[in-house]
Design a protein around this ligand. Structure first.
Ligand SMILES: Nc1nc2c(ncn2[C@@H]2O[C@H](COP(=O)(O)OP(=O)(O)OP(=O)(O)O)[C@@H](O)[C@H]2O)c(=O)[nH]1
Ligand SMILES: C[S@@+](CC[C@H](N)C(=O)[O-])C[C@H]1O[C@@H](n2cnc3c(N)ncnc32)[C@H](O)[C@@H]1O
Ligand code: SF4
Ligand code: SF4
Length: 320
């Protein structure tokens, strides 16, 4: 269905869990998130019920995210069930890749279309540091496994952090020369853990464009994608830029979000949330809640406005 600004909303991003097997410094507190009451998290069957109502309203693309979606118990079953819903064209996932090597085959068999993998550095020690304990080798093996079995196209998501990985821009850009993988640089957002980070850490994607003058703009096949794409003159993969702060893709926004505790979020950058899980459990009409949420989706974010209220949730429970 369309929202009141005429945007067609067909993309649902679901944060399946706020738990994660990593603790990226910009995303999660060092000690993780305390386990919240089991009952306040959506069960797999509840996710399926909500999705089944949403597809009747025009949702045809689902992204599973988190926290880390691959640590959610029942993830394979969920994908199998979503794959049976005829209205859904694409089931995708955003993952840190740690468990991909061992799970990729089952994910593909269950019906997952493709994966976006977050990787902020190709340096083993830096990876261990920024993720507070992650093993880079596992992610790299996961990427290779996805290539091997055709869980593709693959996109890498790289958050640019001043003083951390801005010295690796060449490595990431050159990765696309030999790999049929898109690398997307994401500007760090002042959300959750990063909401009070020092401004030097927030660096603009423009520095990549300034450094690589030979990058050629590529027309995106998906006008609703937050990424603007470029490529090196002879390369297998593309370079994408996601500027969630200085973004100008709100006018083409096609997405709504479902948080791990069952709230619909009409926009990534608002604190507005509608508790659909409680309504579902009470047997109330969730269709009208979804219709209202879509109709009243904000026109755009207000990150650049004076008086902007910082987002309270950490990214791990929103899902990015
Ligand atoms: N401001 C804003 N940023 C977004 C939105 N959707 C995604 N992003 C940013 O883009 C990052 C990467 O998103 P992904 O989870 O890979 O999903 P995607 O870009 O929709 O993926 P594709 O379907 O492959 O294009 C997220 O972590 C966010 O930082 C959005 O609706 N608004
Ligand atoms: C919250 S994670 C969830 C999925 C999965 N655990 C992963 O890391 O891909 C989704 C995306 O959000 C990004 N992210 C988290 N906090 C962010 C922030 N403050 N600014 C920009 N991107 C952020 C991560 O880098 C990741 O690409
Ligand atoms: S960015 Fe993803 S992998 Fe890193 S802590 Fe957040 S949810 Fe976990
Ligand atoms: S900031 Fe809000 S309106 Fe803009 S693209 Fe993201 S989710 Fe859509």
């Amino acid at each position: 269905m369309n929202d009141k600004y005429g945007r067609k909303i067909n993309y649902l991003r679901i944060s399946l869990t706020d738990l994660c097997n990593l603790r990226c410094k910009y995303c999660m507190p060092e000690n993780g998130v305390g386990k919240i009451e089991h009952d306040s998290i959506m069960k797999i069957e509840e996710v399926i019920k909500i999705v089944k109502v949403m597809v009747k309203l025009g949702i045809d693309k689902i992204r599973l995210t988190g926290g880390e979606p691959l640590v959610k118990k029942g993830i394979i079953y969920l994908i199998e069930e979503l794959n049976k819903i005829k209205e859904i064209n694409e089931i995708t996932m955003t993952t840190n890749g740690i468990l991909l090597y061992e799970m990729a085959e089952n994910l593909k068999r269950a019906g997952l279309s493709r994966v976006n993998i977050s990787i902020d550095t190709f340096d083993k020690e830096k990876y261990f540091d920024v993720t507070r304990g992650g093993n880079l080798e596992k992610v790299l093996k996961g990427i290779e496994k996805c290539k091997e079995i055709g869980l593709t196209p693959i996109k890498l998501n790289t958050v640019l952090i001043g003083g951390f990985n801005d010295d690796e821009i060449d490595t990431f850009v050159n990765y696309t020369l030999e790999n049929e993988v898109d690398v997307r640089f994401i500007e760090l957002m002042p959300i959750g853990q990063a909401s009070d980070w020092h401004k030097e850490k927030f660096i603009s994607n423009q520095i990549v464009l300034d450094k690589f003058k030979e990058l050629i703009p590529v027309k995106s096949e998906d006008i609703s994608s937050p990424a603007k794409y470029y490529k090196l003159p002879v390369s297998k993969g593309k370079i994408g830029f996601i500027n969630p702060v200085s973004c100008n893709f709100c006018s083409n926004c096609n997405r709504i979000r479902l948080t791990s505790d069952g709230k619909i979020k009409p926009c990534l950058h608002t604190n507005e949330e509608i508790d659909i899980l409680t309504s579902l459990r009470r047997g109330e009409d969730i269709r009208s809640i979804i219709v209202n949420t879509i109709l009243n989706k904000p026109k755009e974010h207000e990150l650049n406005e004076n008086g902007f209220i910082p987002i309270i949730r950490n990214m791990n429970s929103i899902g990015g």
